[in-house]
Every structure is written in C-alpha cells, then in structure tokens.
Design a binder for this molecule. Sequence first.
Ligand code: FES
Ligand code: FES
Length: 212
Amino acid sequence: MQTNDTNDVPRNGDGPELDVNPPAIQRVAVTFDINGATRSFDIEPWTTLLDLLRETCGLTGTHKGCDHGQCGACTAIVGGQRINTCLALAAVYDGASITTIEGLAQGGTLHPMQQAFIDHDAFQCGYCTPGQICSAVALLDEGELHSRDEIREAMSGNLCRCGAYVNIVAAIEQVAGLRDRAGERDSQSAQSQAQSHAPSHPQGHPPKGARA
Ligand code: FES
Ligand code: FES
C-alpha cells in the first residue's frame, strides 16, 4: 500500500473500494391492533413504536420528550402494560394490541382518568399528560395502587416539568377510589396540624406570671 512519506496514512483512493450499492434493506411486515383497528405496516427494522405511532399513524398524542426512556412522555399501553414507546422496536411487538391516548375515550365520553385530570387541574402545558394518563390507566388495570405512596412510586417514571405532581396524584387517587379516604386523612392531618400550631393561649402569649 502506498503511504504518505510523513505519517503512513493511506492516501485518498488507496483504500479498499467502497460498495456504493449496498444491499436493499429488508423491511419487516407487522400488524397491530391500534385503538381497536387492525393495521398492517411494512417497516424498517429499526423503527420504534413511537415513530410508527406518530409518523406513520399520525397519532401525535403520544409525545416524544427525551427519546431515551427517561421521561415517560411517550408512554402507551401495549399488551395491557405501559411501556416507553421510544425504546420499543415496533417489530418486536408485532401482533400486539396498542392503546394510545387517542383510544381511551369511548363514544365521545372521556375515560375516567382523563376526566379526573381535568377535574383536578392536573396539567399545565400538557406535554407530559398523555403519558401520565396512559401510565395511570395501565397501573389501575394492574390493580396495584392502594395508597398515595404507591401511586407516587409507580408514577415516578413519568416526569412533569411543570411540577403538577400533587394534582396528578390527586386525579389518580380519585379514579383509584382512594380520594375519599385521602380527603379524610388530609382533613384529619390538617386539623391535627392546626391544633399543634395553635397558640396555647387565646392571645398567643401566656398570661403574665405563667410559665411558658
Ligand atoms: S420520550 Fe420516551 S421516555 Fe422520554
Ligand atoms: S404539564 Fe407540563 S410537563 Fe407536565
């Protein structure tokens, strides 16, 4: 091989010839049930479910946030489980049933979780909201939410940059049937806090001569 005199780096044109006609990419045939409709596609093997939903199906309610499995904005329900669709290769899930935020309302009636998010003002910009709602719906279907702490833990993969967490948890509590108990607990806790902070004397100061 000919090299430069100075540093032994191959000169242009001296290396192996590049194949400028690589073999055609083998596409993959997949079929899904998406929000109740059977749909088939011929996709490139590296297509993520997120890109399939957004770019091919036009279901843009599933949002792309980090695209790295860190934020939960892309959450959809696949085979009954919530997944980050940005990390899911569509070909791997061939044949699965997929529910996106667009598929939750039935006949013009919002899903109870969607309604609860409205009732509790559980969003500001709304970017995280479809992922939050899909995540919460799948969690409820798993029947694993029995307390506020469990909700917080289970929802910790869904980030909200607007910080609407308190209202998000309240919305999920409502649909999980925890809201009344949580409300009672909150009011008991508020009462006991109010009592513990109340001045021990009506004027807030002990009468003269009394011990503090
Ligand atoms: S976009 Fe998928 S986790 Fe952030
Ligand atoms: S409502 Fe804005 S990111 Fe959650």
